[in-house]
Design a binder for this molecule. Structure first.
Ligand code: HEC
Ligand code: HEC
Length: 352
């Protein structure tokens, strides 16, 4: 833009000068705003106001930027697997709220070995008491041990992983930056992974924004919410959309995967699985521990007309959950308001 030289004090020039200084002011304001966002993202763990207290013991392992970034590098690194081909990210994809690709109904591990369950999404882990479909792991730090050592996932021995990391060109310095020591050991590696997974907090879906008064929901979405509260919330309860109990929701009568009974050895628990969170459920198909249903429509048809009797069936489902076609459609519309794009597009989790 040509500079304005006020040689003559014509009203025209004055006006132009004013406009230019006004523009300059605007760009100063915009500039400030930009500087604020340029500070970069936060790596602090923050509990959303309407969430329960975290179960994770942050005092032992506070999240830091260096620790989070180390955890991220580990999460994306196939070095954790026996033949250096499979990373955590192979089965947990950010664009799907860290669930697996629909193509992998059962997860695929090293040498194309097929797992026994559908990989769940990874969200709001810091608030959960137990992990896996059967609650077989009771602390987030221990989850990766299972993934690394499971034959059909990474099939690697933890000692080998630690040796590979200690001999690596980059990891010792990264552990030093995160934990003040370049002696890499299992607890530190697990702490780094938990720092990464603990920040996977999903609380910015349209439903959350509706609760905060930031957006409105459509009449059909609100009707779906009302029906959901009536028909589904007894199990998929609270802000996490799970009461974290183990139940048989009638998807089978004979269970090759016995579920909760694997952990408790109690025959009454055969066929019970953890009530999963329904956050982001619009993008985490297929559904159930055994990927029985490909669509939400099929899930709703199951609850209305497909419940299968067996000794451990949840008593509340004995007669199914009656729903009309319109009611099912409304519930599905509501469930889709739980998809959190701010989370699936959060740059902090990008491979980098
Ligand atoms: C081969 C696929 C595969 C790989 C690789 C894998 N996972 Fe998983 N992950 C799964 C499956 C399947 C489950 C459910 C296991 C179960 O219920 O028995 C799961 C469960 C989890 C859970 C518990 C989620 C919940 O809600 O209970 C976390 C956390 C997790 N994985 C993190 C990781 C991390 C970290 C890594 C890398 C060290 C990893 N996973 C590697 C398939 C995989
Ligand atoms: C009696 C408790 C109970 C009720 C009521 C219930 N669910 Fe579930 N739901 C479960 C359990 C348990 C599972 C996991 C079962 C499994 O994988 O074996 C589940 C799984 C699901 C899944 C699959 C999620 C995933 O990540 O795979 C969806 C979707 C779902 N329920 C939706 C609903 C809807 C919608 C309603 C109301 C119409 C409802 N549920 C009512 C207990 C319940």
């Amino acid at each position: 833009m040509a500079p304005v030289i006020g040689a003559t004090f014509s009203p025209f020039t004055m006006k132009k000068t004013l406009i230019i200084s006004a523009l300059a002011l605007v760009s100063v304001v915009i500039g400030c705003k930009k500087d604020e966002t340029d500070k970069g993202p936060s790596y602090e763990f923050r509990k959303p106001e309407n969430f329960p207290e975290p179960t994770y013991t942050f005092d032992n392992n506070p999240v830091t930027e260096a620790g989070f970034k180390l955890g991220k590098k580990l999460f994306f690194d196939p070095i954790l697997s026996v033949d250096n081909t499979v990373s955590c990210n192979n089965c947990h994809n950010q664009s799907l709220a860290f669930a697996d690709l629909p193509l992998h109904a059962f997860s695929k591990g090293v040498m194309e070995r097929q797992g026994i369950r559908n990989a769940p999404q990874l969200v709001n882990l810091a608030f959960m008491k137990e992990f896996f479909w059967d609650g077989g792991v009771t602390h987030l730090d221990f989850v990766p041990l299972n993934a690394i050592e499971a034959e059909f996932e990474m099939d690697e021995e933890i000692e080998n992983v630690i040796a590979k990391l200690n001999n690596h060109a980059e990891y010792p310095a990264l552990f030093k930056a995160a934990f003040g020591t370049d002696e890499i050991n299992t607890p530190l590696m697990l702490h780094a992974l938990s720092q990464f997974t603990n920040l996977m907090v999903s609380n910015n879906s349209p439903y959350d924004k509706y609760l905060r008064g930031e957006v409105v929901l459509t009449a059909q979405e609100l009707e779906g919410l009302r029906l959901f509260e009536q028909k589904c919330q007894s199990c998929h309860s609270g802000i996490l959309f799970t009461d974290e109990s183990y139940r048989n929701n009638g998807i089978d009568s004979v269970f090759t995967d016995i579920g909760r009974a694997r952990i408790t050895s109690f025959s009454g628990d055969i066929g019970k699985f953890r009530v999963p969170s329904l956050r982001n459920v619009g993008i985490t198909r297929p559904y159930m521990h055994n990927a029985k249903f490909a669509t939400l429509e099929a899930v709703l048809d199951h609850y209305s007309d497909g419940i299968i009797e067996s000794p451990s069936l949840d008593p509340s489902l004995e007669n199914g959950i009656p729903m009309t076609a319109e009611e099912k459609a409304a519930i599905i519309t509501f469930l889709k308001t739980l998809t959190d794009k701010d989370f699936t597009q959060d740059e902090r989790f990008f491979k980098g």
